[in-house]
Structure formats: structure tokens, C-alpha cells
Write a protein of this length. Structure first.
Length: 258
């Protein structure tokens, strides 16, 4: 299993497939390579890019070094980009998109961003955000997963169908990292977005609820160099067969102009 070592000594597991410019796929909260909707997307993009998939710290085959801070995850991405030996594009799904934004804002060698429904909250309820993180940290296991998914608006029909499945059990196995994503959300706001000059494509699913589409629109409006698109899909998700050609077109746009 290939590994990179982050600045704080944490070993991050990754896999590399394909040929072409590097593209790093960043999973959402509770997801990692063995429990991810990004596998099919990676397969479709391999003919066009060198795809890097990795386990975010504390998940799958990657190590964890407390205390958590969003800056440590940015350093994990810096180690992956260094391994790629070229400027990388980043695709972030949900809270993975927030991490991609922090990486670009920190000045990492990121050439383009694609973000699918990154959860952006620009309200002033800092107390509520901290309370949400504290509850996730206090709970754990299935209770933390239930609390997290219910709080972010997963429809009850979807939630009931997830329980006692391999996907559910995998999320439970990394439930402690849900608080990490909550801290990442706390750290993401207009000040961070204003520092992201990297060209970005912000996507939302036509099957999502209005709040997710509004978050995408708000983020696209706050980013200095962003465009927004809606795509056919289900709640908080777009099929890989729909997503892949959109990503490829946007990420290859620079090459097409040369």
C-alpha cells in the first residue's frame, strides 16, 4: 500500500491509477476508499487523468495523530501533491469540497477545483456550530452517525435503508472523524473563500433539497473565479456517468486552449 508522510508524521494511504495530469479525489464525511461513492467516478476518469484516491486521516488504512485541525488535513494533501510531482486538480464531494477549498486557500499547487454540494454555512451561529461538534465528539459509534446524518438533512427513507448495511457499519467504524468534518465546516467561511483564486466549478444535484442548491450558489458567488452548474441526480448525489464528462471537460479546459 503506497503511503505518504504528512508534516506531523501521520502516514496517509493512497492509490494511484491512470495516466495524464494528476487529479485527487476527496471523500465526504464518514467515507474512505473502502466505503466510497467515488470508485465508479475514478474508473471513468482514469483514461484522462492520473487518479489519486486516499484515506483521509483517521480512516481506512491511514493513521491518525490527535489533536485534529483542518491545517493537518491540508498538509496531508500537500504530501499527496508532492508525490504527484505536478500541479493537481482536486475534486471534493460534500465536506471533501471544503477541504479542497482550504488546500487552495493555503496556496498548495492546485490548478483547478470541482466541488459537489460543499456544505457551506455563512450564518453567525458560531455557538451552534461548536455545540454540534461537541455533540459529535461526545457521542460516537452508531449514535454519532445517526445524529450527524439526521442533522445534515438525510431523508428518513434513505436513513432507514442505510442502517445495518455494510455502508452503515463502515461509517460507524470511523464515527470519531465526523467531528473532524464538523470542525472543518466551522473553519470555512467567506474569508477562506476569498483567498481561493483557483478556477472552480461548483455543482449541485437537481434532486437535492433547496438548501443544498442555495449553498452551492452562495459558494460560487463568494469564490473569485467560480462557475456553477446543476446536474441531474438524486438527493446530495450525481451519478458518476453524468459527473465524469463534466469534470473532464472543466479540468481539461486549459489544455484545450493551448
Amino acid at each position: 500500500m503506497p503511503m505518504v508522510t504528512s508534516r506531523d508524521g501521520t502516514r496517509i494511504a493512497y492509490q494511484r491509477e491512470g495516466a495524464g495530469p494528476p487529479l485527487i479525489l476527496i471523500d465526504a464525511a464518514g467515507h474512505f476508499r473502502a466505503n466510497s461513492p467515488l470508485s465508479e467516478l475514478a474508473d471513468l476518469l482514469i483514461p484522462h487523468f492520473t487518479i489519486y484516491r486516499y484515506d483521509r486521516r483517521g480512516r481506512g488504512d491511514s493513521d491518525d495523530t490527535p489533536p485534529y485541525a483542518p491545517e493537518r488535513e491540508v498538509e496531508d494533501l500537500a504530501a499527496l501533491i508532492a508525490a504527484a510531482k505536478a500541479p493537481a486538480a482536486l475534486y471534493g464531494y460534500s465536506s471533501g469540497g471544503l477541504l479542497a477549498l482550504h488546500a487552495a486557500a493555503a496556496g498548495l499547487d492546485v490548478r483547478r477545483l470541482v466541488l459537489l454540494e460543499p456544505p457551506l454555512s455563512v450564518d453567525d451561529d458560531e455557538t451552534g456550530k461548536r455545540a454540534f461538534t461537541a455533540t459529535l465528539s461526545r457521542l460516537g459509534g452508531a449514535e454519532a452517525v445517526t445524529f450527524f446524518l439526521t442533522s445534515i438533512g438525510v431523508p428518513e427513507q434513505l436513513l432507514s435503508g442505510m442502517r445495518d448495511t455494510p455502508h452503515w457499519n463502515a461509517m460507524v467504524s470511523v464515527a470519531h472523524t465526523l467531528a473532524y468534518d464538523s470542525l472543518l465546516s466551522e473553519a470555512t467561511g467567506p474569508t477562506v473563500l476569498a483567498r481561493v483564486t483557483t478556477p472552480a466549478l461548483v455543482l449541485h444535484s437537481a434532486g437535492s433539497t433547496d438548501d443544498l442548491a442555495e449553498m452551492a450558489a452562495t459558494m460560487a458567488g463568494l469564490l473569485p473565479a467560480a462557475e456553477q452548474r446543476g446536474l441531474p441526480g438524486e438527493w446530495h448525489g450525481v451519478p458518476a456517468t453524468v459527473l465524469a464528462p463534466v469534470l473532464a471537460e472543466f479540468l481539461c479546459r486549459d489544455a484545450a486552449r493551448q
